[in-house]
Design a protein around this ligand. Structure first.
Ligand code: BGC
Length: 749
C-alpha cells in the first residue's frame, strides 16, 4: 500500500514537471526561430550582430542614451517608471526584441543608493574602501568581495555595476584614492581585476573607470592631465590593461578630466586607439555623469553611450545623434558599432540569459565577507615593544576619538553605501553632495569591550587635547582613533583635520603606551609618530569595520595588510607639492603636468629622487616575523620566473606578502630604479615554510616605444630583489635578459 502511494506520488510529480518542460521546449523553439540571438550556442558577437540587424534606427539610439535613475523621487529625470529608485542610471530596454533595460548602480564598495534614507531597501553591505582591499594583496578576497557586492546589485535589480576604479594614486591627496587600488599598475590592476571578475560572476556587467588619468578631484571637470604616450602606457594605462585582461569588464567609463587638453570622452587616442584598436577591447565606453561634451566629436572618438544626460550641458546622443547620423557627420556604421558593443557585452555577461530579479539579501553571510576583507586590509605600521596585540593583563584601556564608541568612517560621494542599521552619527558633513559624512554602526569600542571583559574601558571623544590627555594618563593602554574623511569632488590635506594632531600629541605625551588607529582614505602626515608606541592603518573599513579592527588589536587576527601607496614624510617630496587648480572655481582651466613624474608614480618617484618616505609602499608588520631564502630566477622564452622560500620565523601563525621587484642594472631608459614584478600572499604556521614562484609580466621588464608601438626589453643584466616592502629588499640576484620586442596587443597570454 505504502509503495503504491509512493508510485502514484512519483507519477504525479513526473507529470507535473513533464508538462511545463514540454511547454518550455516548445517555447524555446519558437523563441529561437523568432529571436535567433537567444541561441546560447552562438558567440556574444554573433548574437549581437543578429539583434542589431533587426533594430530600427530609433532602437539603436535608445541603447546609447542614458537617464539618471532615481526617477521615483525625481520624475523629471526620466519618464520611465521601470527605472530603479536610488540608482545611478537607466537605459530603457527594447521589449520587442527582448533587450532588457540597463539598470546601473554605483560602485566599488557595494550598492550605493545615492542618498540617506530610512527605507531599508536602500541599506546595503559595504566592503572596506577599494584601497583597503588593495592593501590585502589577496586576490581571492578581492574576488569574493566583488562577488558579494555583485550579488547585492543583482538582488537589488541592477545589471550594471559602476565598479572597478583603477586610477593610479599619482597624488596621495586625491579625494578618490580610497575608491582605487593604490599607486602600482600591477597591484592595482590585478586586485581591481579580481574584484570585477567577482562582480561579473553574477551575470551582470562591471564598469572599469575612470578612463583615464583622473588623478585629482580639484577642478576635475576641466583639469588636463598632460602626459606622453609612453609614460601613460607604462603607468595608468597599464593598470587598466592588467585589470581588463584579468576580468574582461563589459564596459569602460571615460573620465571627467581632459588629457593633453582633450576631454577623456572625446579622446580618439584613449577610446579608439588605445582601448579598441591596440587592446582589441570588444565592450562599450560609457561617459561619466556629466562627462559628455559633444555629439559627433565624442561618437567618432569612440564614446558608445552617453550616461545620465541630465548631468551634461544638453543631451548629445538623443535627437542630436540622430541628426548627426542623418547628415553623415557620424557614420551609420559607428552607430551600429555602438549598438553592437553594448548588446555584445549584455550577451557576454548574461544580461539576456539571466535577467536580474529582485530578491532577498543574506546580510549575515555578506557581513562575514566584508569583515574578512577589512581584517586583512589592516596595516600594522609600527609596533614598538610589542604594544599590540592588547596584553591580557591590561586592566584599564582608554579609547579616544573619531566616534569609535559608535562606528567607523566611510568615504563620501557617489560610491557611498548607506549603512545597515542606519547612520551611527547623524548630521555630519555637507548637506549636499558629497555629504553626508557616514559612519557605519560598527563600534570598535564595543567590540573591544566584548573581547576584553576583564578590562575597564573609558571613552573620550577627543574634542579637547587636554581632556583627552587627562583621560589617557595612567591607563595600561590608550587607543586613539584618528580620521580623515575623503570624498569625491574634492582633494584633501595631508594634515589631519579637527586638531587631531594636537590631541594625539597630548595623549602620547601623557602616556607612551598609546596606539593610533587611522581611518583614512590614504596617507596623512604624522608629526606625533615618534611619540606613539603603535600605529595601525584601518582605512575606511566598511560595514563590519569595528569588529575587524578589534580582532586585529586583540590578536585574534594577525595583521597582514601591506601599503598599496607610499606615505610621504612631507608634501615637498611629491611631484607636485601643491595640487594644481582651485576647487572654488569649477570652471578654471587647469593643467596638471604628469610628465614631471611620467611613469614614476608613487614609490618609483621616491626611489628615483632618493626621498625617504614616512612609510614605504609594500610596508606592513605582523605579530610574527618572516624570513626569505633560496632566491632563484629562470628565464623561459619571454617569461622571467622568480622563486624563493618564505619561512614564518616567529611564534604566531600569520600571513605574509613577499614582494619581488625588478630593475635594470646600470643606465637605462626606465622611469625609476625598480618596479613591482610580482607578489604572493602566503599563510604560514609558526616555523613553517613554503616555496613561492612568481612570473613577471614581460611588460614590467620593458619600456614602450610609441613610434614602433612595441614593448621593448633591452638586452642586459637586471636585478631581481625580494623583500617585505619597496624599501626592505633583503635578497637580491642578477639575471640576464635577451632583447625582445612585443606587440602593443600583447595581453599576457
Ligand atoms: C562618478 C562616477 C559614478 C557616477 C554615477 C560620477 O560622479 O565620477 O564614478 O559612477 O557619478 O554615480
Amino acid at each position: 500500500m505504502k509503495r503504491q502511494k509512493m508510485r502514484a506520488l512519483a507519477m504525479a510529480l513526473m507529470l507535473s514537471t513533464a508538462l511545463p518542460m514540454a511547454a518550455a521546449h516548445a517555447q524555446a523553439a519558437a523563441t529561437s526561430a523568432s529571436k535567433p540571438w537567444m541561441n546560447t550556442k552562438l558567440s556574444a558577437d554573433q548574437r549581437a550582430d543578429l539583434i542589431v540587424a533587426q533594430m530600427t534606427q530609433d532602437e539603436k539610439l535608445t541603447l546609447v542614451f542614458g537617464y539618471f535613475g532615481s526617477n521615483q523621487e525625481k520624475p523629471k529625470f526620466t519618464p520611465h517608471a521601470e527605472a530603479r529608485m536610488g540608482s545611478a542610471g537607466y537605459i530603457p530596454g527594447i521589449a520587442r526584441l527582448g533587450v532588457p533595460p540597463q539598470w546601473e548602480t554605483d560602485a566599488g564598495v557595494g550598492v550605493a543608493t545615492q542618498r540617506e534614507s530610512s527605507d531599508p531597501y536602500l541599506e546595503r553591505t559595504s566592503l572596506p574602501s577599494g584601497i583597503a582591499t588593495a592593501a590585502t594583496w589577496n586576490l581571492e578576497l578581492a574576488f569574493k568581495g566583488g562577488a558579494m557586492i555583485g550579488s547585492e546589485a543583482r538582488s537589488s535589480g541592477f545589471n550594471v555595476q559602476l565598479a572597478g576604479g583603477v586610477n593610479l594614486a599619482r597624488d596621495p591627496r586625491n579625494g578618490r584614492n580610497f575608491e582605487y587600488g593604490g599607486e602600482d599598475p600591477l597591484l592595482a590592476g590585478v586586485m581591481v581585476g579580481a574584484q570585477i571578475k567577482g562582480i561579473q560572476s553574477n551575470n551582470i556587467i562591471s564598469t572599469i573607470k575612470h578612463w583615464a588619468l583622473n588623478g585629482q578631484e580639484t577642478n576635475r571637470m576641466t583639469v588636463s592631465s598632460n602626459i606622453s604616450d609612453a609614460a601613460a602606457r607604462q603607468s595608468d594605462f597599464l593598470a587598466f590593461e592588467f585589470a581588463i585582461e584579468q576580468s574582461n569588464p563589459g564596459s569602460v567609463m571615460c573620465a571627467y578630466n581632459r588629457i593633453n587638453s582633450v576631454y577623456a570622452c572625446e579622446s580618439d587616442w584613449l577610446m579608439n586607439e588605445v582601448l579598441k584598436k591596440d587592446w582589441n577591447y570588444p565592450g562599450y565606453v560609457m561617459s561619466d555623469w556629466g562627462a559628455t561634451h559633444s555629439t559627433a566629436k565624442a561618437a567618432n572618438a569612440g564614446l558608445d553611450q552617453e550616461s545620465a544626460y541630465t548631468f551634461d550641458k544638453q543631451p548629445f546622443f538623443g535627437a542630436p545623434l540622430k541628426a548627426a547620423v542623418a547628415d553623415g557627420s557620424v557614420p551609420q556604421a559607428r552607430l551600429d558599432d555602438m549598438a553592437k558593443r553594448i548588446t555584445r557585452s549584455m550577451f557576454a555577461h548574461g544580461l539576456f540569459d539571466h535577467p536580474v530579479v529582485k530578491g532577498p539579501i543574506d546580510f549575515a553571510a555578506h557581513a562575514k565577507v566584508t569583515q574578512a576583507d577589512a581584517e586583512e586590509a589592516v596595516v600594522l605600521l609600527k609596533n614598538e615593544g610589542g604594544l599590540l596585540p592588547i596584553a591580557k593583563t591590561a586592566k584599564k584601556i582608554v579609547v579616544i576619538g573619531s566616534h569609535a564608541d559608535v562606528g567607523v568612517l566611510s568615504g563620501g560621494g557617489s560610491s557611498q553605501v548607506f549603512p545597515i542599521g542606519g547612520m551611527a552619527v547623524k548630521g555630519l558633513g555637507p548637506k549636499g553632495f558629497p555629504g553626508p559624512i557616514v559612519y557605519h554602526p560598527s563600534s570598535p569600542l564595543k567590540a573591544l569591550q566584548a573581547k576584553n571583559p576583564g578590562a575597564t574601558f573609558v571613552y573620550d571623544d577627543g574634542a579637547d587635547p587636554a581632556a583627552a590627555a587627562k583621560a589617557a594618563a595612567g591607563a595600561d593602554l590608550v587607543i586613539v582613533f584618528a580620521h580623515q574623511w575623503a570624498a569625491e569632488s574634492e582633494d584633501y590635506s595631508l594634515t589631519l583635520a579637527d586638531n587631531q594632531d594636537a590631541v594625539i600629541d597630548a595623549v602620547a605625551s601623557a602616556n607612551p603606551k598609546t596606539a593610533v588607529v587611522l581611518e583614512t582614505g590614504g596617507p596623512v602626515l604624522m608629526p606625533w609618530l615618534p611619540k606613539v608606541g603603535a600605529l595601525v592603518e584601518a582605512w575606511f573599513p566598511g560595514t563590519n569595520g569595528g569588529e575587524a579592527i578589534a580582532r586585529v588589536l586583540t590578536g585574534e587576527v594577525n595583521p597582514s595588510g601591506r601599503l598599496p601607496i607610499t606615505f610621504p614624510a612631507s608634501a615637498d617630496q611629491l611631484p607636485r607639492p601643491v595640487i594644481d587648480g582651485d576647487n572654488s572655481k569649477p570652471e578654471l582651466i587647469v593643467d596638471a603636468n604628469y610628465d614631471i613624474e611620467g611613469a614614476a608614480v608613487g614609490y618609483k618617484w621616491f626611489d628615483k629622487k632618493g626621498h625617504q618616505p614616512l612609510f614605504a609602499f609594500g610596508h606592513g608588520l605582523s605579530y610574527s616575523t618572516f624570513g626569505y631564502s633560496d632566491l632563484k630566477t629562470s628565464v623561459v622564452g619571454d617569461k622571467l620566473t622568480v622563486s624563493f622560500k618564505v619561512t614564518n620565523t616567529g611564534k604566531t601563525a600569520g600571513k605574509d606578502v613577499p614582494q619581488v621587484y625588478v630593475g635594470p642594472k646600470g643606465p637605462s631608459s626606465w622611469e625609476a630604479p625598480r618596479r613591482l614584478g610580482g607578489f604572493k600572499k602566503v599563510d604560514l604556521a609558526p616555523g613553517a615554510s613554503t616555496t613561492v614562484s612568481v612570473t613577471v609580466d614581460p611588460r614590467l621588464l620593458a619600456t614602450f616605444d610609441s613610434k614602433a608601438k612595441t614593448w621593448n626589453i633591452a638586452a642586459g643584466a637586471y636585478e631581481v630583489s625580494l623583500g617585505a616592502s619597496s624599501r626592505a629588499l633583503t635578497a637580491k640576484t642578477d639575471v640576464t635578459l635577451a632583447a625582445k620586442s612585443l606587440p602593443v596587443s600583447y595581453d599576457g597570454k
